[in-house]
Unconditional design. Sequence first.
Length: 240
Amino acid sequence: MDGCITFIIVTGFYVCIMELSDISDRLDARFLDVISKENISELRPAQEKAIDAGLLEGKSVLVCTPTASGKTLIAEMAAMKSILSGKGKAVYIVPLKALANEKNKEFTRKWGKLCRVAITIGDLDSDEPYLEEKDLIICTAEKLDALMRHHAPWVSKLGCVIVDEIHLLNDPGRGPVLEILITMLREVAKDVQFVGLSATIGNPGELSDWLKAELVIDNWRPVPLHKGIYYDGAIDFEED
């Protein structure tokens, strides 16, 4: 229809589900101290579901929730639990170098006093032995694949692997690398915990089965979305 504009309006609300203090006995006090300085005291629905699914007990989880629903904190809880408890290093896999740089800045600011944070996104022909001394490593799938092919010894010491935008497994260009990487990591790091994150997965049940992970699905978002069509000065909203 000529002159029509389809758009989304957001209105805010927040529902408190669980307090961080409710699980203080299951998280390191140093972790809680950092989180409190971030003015976080409440858990969002997806975060509570991930904890109920065994996140803090080292179980693998596949988290399918909307953007800004709290997936990063789920990843941080798993990573820092592994590092601070002595289970092993954590690696955070991202699809883009720009996102890797963003996460490196964020995690260094937040966790740099509790663990050694590093980013590796460069030369695929380098084994970068300095990573042996790091605790939380941010990288692309291609870089970690290259490190494994160089037989980086620290890979066997991984306790937690976070895969951001895990739906890219379905991407014809990058998916095969990520699929092979996850398969190889299972063989090298036997007790590793996988945390898959995505806002858009078409087959979450099938993927969680393949990943051997608990499936966490939630539709909560910081603000609800209302879809409507603007035409001739009026808005016609779709009914819920």
